[in-house]
Ligand binder design. Structure first.
Ligand SMILES: NC(=O)c1ccc[n+]([C@@H]2O[C@H](COP(=O)([O-])OP(=O)(O)OC[C@H]3O[C@@H](n4cnc5c(N)ncnc54)[C@H](O)[C@@H]3O)[C@@H](O)[C@H]2O)c1
Ligand SMILES: [Zn+2]
Length: 383
């Protein structure tokens, strides 16, 4: 049962996104189909490589591909120029050629890092994204944004470099820690809110099935129910990825609607900064940001409060937070929020919903309103 792949088609790139179980085993055949016949350089991290890297290397070698790998420490701190430089050393001393291929096996960190290296070494070599987190499958592996962090800010150094293929093997999600899985659901829910009411409804319908703690463990499940769940999760990931694909196909470089993907990220990014990276996972911060943005939209009469509540319930069903941790200082959060990267001519461009599945940008959100919503969203349940 082969479902037609999703396709990114922009003026500069054209590639497929395949989602489903067992796909990593099909990588050698997929490379050959793309006429990628040079050596293969695999980049992965210390959590992912031990689980999936060895088998993948063996398959590639068996198919005749000269294959080497480099493993970076797991976590956001690996997205830096020192590691980039080490990867350049490895590739150049190993004799990388223009016709070779870099593989990014891991979550968004490995994808962004390997993507940046692939986009810059020899002025660009082929890249294949092999995402192993839900977040990477529905979001970061698609669209060609690559980059690393600067000590002063996240994702400031980067380039556009689209992959030649994205293979999302859903079997890898079985080993993903539950909290990481929940973080990925936030982006899927975001895609439903901004562009696809049907996806939102589908996520409402299957939330109990995807209760994150159970997804991480297949223990005690029959082979049949594992297969059924794998199929359902594949369909949902595919649909969530399709939202990003459609936005990119229409607007490759964020001149227009691609910015809608930033829903929940204005306050979300600010929360990541003020709590210190790593305290809140990206998706958790985005979930809180979405709840606050929806409240702002309601206060501006753009949506009904019923939609705010419906989104809140869905976020909770996927184990995501919607209130600001009590340690956050509201004034600091406001200041950082108003300095968001998406500031345009000095004004923050807020992405706000106007209905389920529809969103728009607004640059006229009063600062006082943002302050009020932040103040009323601090978590007071602790202590
Ligand atoms: N390029 C883009 O368009 C884009 C979009 C969104 C986010 N991002 C970036 O993505 C990054 C976050 O990505 P992420 O959430 O995937 O984080 P991540 O890559 O750090 O992965 C999360 C954790 O899960 C581990 N892991 C990954 N796959 C696993 C598996 N199958 N089994 C067990 N453990 C596994 C990783 O080692 C890591 O510890 C951020 O750096 C963010 O800036 C980029
Ligand atoms: Zn995000």
């Amino acid at each position: 049962m082969d479902i037609p792949p999703l396709s990114v088609t922009t003026p500069t790139a054209s590639y497929h996104i395949l989602v489903g179980p067992g796909l990593l085993a099909r990588l050698p055949a997929q490379l050959a189909a793309l006429d990628l016949r040079g050596a293969v350089w695999l980049i992965s991290d210390t959590n992912v490589y031990p689980r999936y890297g060895g088998a993948l290397m063996a398959q590639l070698r068996a198919a005749g591909y000269p294959t080497q790998c480099q493993i970076v420490p797991a976590g956001e701190t690996s997205k830096n120029l020192t590691i980039v430089s080490r990867l350049y050393d490895w590739l150049i001393s190993g004799g990388i050629e223009r016709r070779d291929t870099l593989l990014a096996l891991g979550g968004g960190v490995v994808g962004d890092l390997a993507g940046f290296v692939a986009g810059t070494i020899l002025r660009g070599v082929a890249l294949v994204q092999l995402p192993t987190t839900l977040l990477a499958m529905v979001d970061s592996a698609i669209g060609g944004k690559t980059g690393v962090n600067h000590p002063l800010s996240k994702n400031l150094i980067g380039t556009f470099h689209h992959p030649r293929l994205v293979l999302s093997d859903t079997d890898t999600l079985a080993s993903l820690p539950p909290r990481e899985l929940r973080s990925g659901w936030a982006e899927a829910i975001k895609h439903g809110v901004i562009r696809d009411a049907g996806l939102f409804e589908q996520l409402e319908g299957v939330s109990t099935e995807f209760d994150s703690s159970r997804f991480a463990s297949f223990d005690g499940m029959t082979t049949q129910s594992v297969a059924r769940r794998t199929q359902t999760i594949g369909a949902v990931i595919r649909r969530a990825a399709a939202v990003k694909v459609a936005l990119i196909n229409a607007d490759e470089h964020e001149a227009g609607d691609r910015i809608l993907l930033n829903y929940g990220h204005t306050i979300g990014h600010a929360l990541e900064v003020v709590t210190g990276y790593g305290t809140l996972l990206h998706g958790e911060a985005v979930a809180i940001g979405m709840h606050l943005a929806a409240q702002i939209a309601a206060r501006l009469d753009m949506i009904d409060t019923a939609l705010v509540e419906r989104q809140r319930l869905l976020l909770h069903a996927y184990g995501l937070p919607t209130s600001i941790p009590p340690t956050v200082e509201p004034a600091r959060l406001l200041t950082v929020t108003l300095h968001d990267k998406k500031v345009h001519a000095g004004r923050v461009r807020w992405v706000l919903p106007t209905a389920l599945g529809v969103a728009t940008t607004r640059a006229d959100v009063p600062e006082a309103l943002v302050r009020t919503i932040i103040a009323s969203s601090i978590d007071r349940s602790a202590g």
